[in-house]
Write a protein that binds this ligand. Structure first.
Ligand code: NAD
Length: 446
């Protein structure tokens, strides 16, 4: 763990940090199998139809559900039903009720809100204003929470979709849990009622075969471990030069290793043949392999530009084409993007082009994969502590961590892996073509 994070959270140094007024990032609540879903009672606020549905769903999970802030001294999570907003004035009551409750939110607490998308409201500016207003409210609330608590939204796409849609249920489960530790100020959009809930929420990937590229280390290795923990059989892919580390990861997760450069023209066919020959099927494809070759554009050369685009983007396009050509049914794809592809980053014109390209590719591929019962989404990590970001100079790294306004720390590979795992669930089939940021509500990243 980051030394600063452990110092400001233990003993004497914690006291000194408090007296000096130093930023004190919290130790985040991360998923551990067997832990309770939330660290206390869940308070439901707001008048939308999602309030009743959420109560039903949460009681079904055996949680302690309350409808009045006064009923609970400590609150583990707040669920806000903002799905009936008609005018900006409708925001006032739930915002003020949240104000009263938020002081009692426990460390590691969660706020999850249901809302409809403003874009779904052409022709009703007051309703669109209320809906967009709700998003602004939540993003700012996320930045005010302390103790590693987060605030996120579930956008019910279209007017008829309810909180009972399987992917809305799955999103609620993910956002309340320790799996979403580094997801903050984000909106998960559910567009259809597609998806089936798992028999066992601890093993939502039971029986699935998943391929993870770039799995020899870093985020890819964490994804392999997380998918395995959740029940999948994993094929770990990486370049031959990383063969030893790759074999170690594959052994650790009881899967198989495939040495393959993803830029090879037949990479898609090779992945599919391996998964089918060794495990009988392919259900989940995680495009994680990626490289950086940072330079200011003025100093950029052809090899830096082309290699980054080839590994991070073109390989994914080509492999996805091969999967579509092969007529694979029900394939769920998750691609690694980056917040650099959203906000831009100095020295990363090539990398940001590749990662923004992934976001565009995912949106435009959604319909084709959905037509075959599958789906494709992206995860955009912010600053994650790996070998890739260890290459960033120490001073920049330290400043970057502390400037992160909400959680004041970089994320861990497992935080990205949990989001990838969630999007790979069958229950997430109603979420398609989306990009989910895992950035602790910061756009600093690699
Ligand atoms: P990493 O450098 O630690 O690991 C990347 C892995 O990909 C390595 O094992 C490497 O051998 C493999 N790889 C590279 N080229 C390959 C190829 N042609 N074929 C097969 N494998 C190949 O990186 P990481 O930090 O774990 O990042 C993983 C993914 O997450 C990347 O796509 C990266 O762009 C993205 N990401 C990382 C961060 C971060 O902060 N670390 C932030 C945003 C996005």
């Amino acid at each position: 763990m980051d030394t600063y994070l452990s110092l400001v959270n233990s003993g004497l140094t914690k006291e000194i940090a408090r007296k000096l007024g130093l930023p004190r990032p919290a130790i985040l609540r991360r998923h551990r199998p067997g832990d309770p879903l939330v660290p206390g009672p869940v308070l439901i606020l707001g008048e939308g139809p999602a309030a009743g549905a959420a109560a039903d769903i949460l009681l079904g999970w055996g949680l302690d559900v309350r409808r009045h802030a006064a009923d609970a001294e400590r609150i583990g999570a707040i669920v806000l039903a903002l799905d009936a907003l008609r005018t900006p004035a409708d925001l006032s009551a739930p915002a003020l009720a949240t104000a009263e409750a938020v002081r009692r939110l426990t460390p590691g607490g969660r706020i999850a809100a249901y809302l409809h998308g403003a874009g779904d409201d052409a022709g009703d500016p007051a309703r669109a204003a209320a809906r967009s207003g709700a998003e602004g409210f939540l993003r700012s609330l996320g930045r005010e929470l302390r103790g590693g608590a987060t605030a996120n939204g579930i956008v019910l796409g279209g007017e008829t979709l309810t909180a009972y849609a399987p992917s809305a249920v799955a999103a609620l489960r993910f956002l309340l849990s320790g799996r979403s530790a580094y997801v903050d100020g984000q909106f998960v959009r559910v567009d259809t009622t597609a998806g089936t809930l798992p028999r066992n929420w601890e093993h939502p990937l039971e029986g699935k075969v998943a391929v993870v590229t770039g799995a020899a280390r870093g985020i890819g290795a964490a994804i392999a471990r997380t998918l395995h923990r959740d029940g999948a059989t994993v094929v770990a892919v990486d370049v031959p030069a990383a063969g030893e580390a790759l074999a170690a990861v594959a052994n650790e997760v009881g899967g198989t290793a495939l040495q393959l450069d993803v830029t090879r023209p037949d990479a898609g066919q090779a992945v599919l043949a391996h998964a089918r020959d060794r495990h009988g099927r392919l259900d989940i494809m995680v495009h994680n392999a990626g490289i950086t070759r940072d330079k200011l554009l003025a100093n950029m050369d052809e090899s830096r530009w082309n290699s980054v685009l080839a590994v991070n983007l073109e390989s994914q396009l080509r492999m996805n084409g091969a999967f579509l050509d092969a007529g694979l049914e029900g394939l769920r794809i998750v691609s690694l993007a980056s917040t650099s592809g959203i906000a831009g980053n100095r020295g990363q014109t090539n990398y940001a082009a590749s990662k923004a390209g992934v976001i565009g590719m995912v949106g435009a591929s959604a319909a084709a994969f959905a037509a075959r019962g599958g789906g494709i989404n992206a995860v955009a990590p912010g600053f994650i502590e790996t070998d890739m970001t260890a290459a960033v100079p120490l001073a920049t790294r330290s400043v970057a961590r502390l400037l992160m306004p909400s959680l004041m720390q970089g994320g861990l590979p497992v935080d990205v892996a949990e989001a990838v795992g969630f999007l790979a669930w069958d229950a997430a089939a109603g979420i398609n073509g989306q990009t989910l940021r895992v950035c602790g509500q910061s756009l600093v990243g690699a």
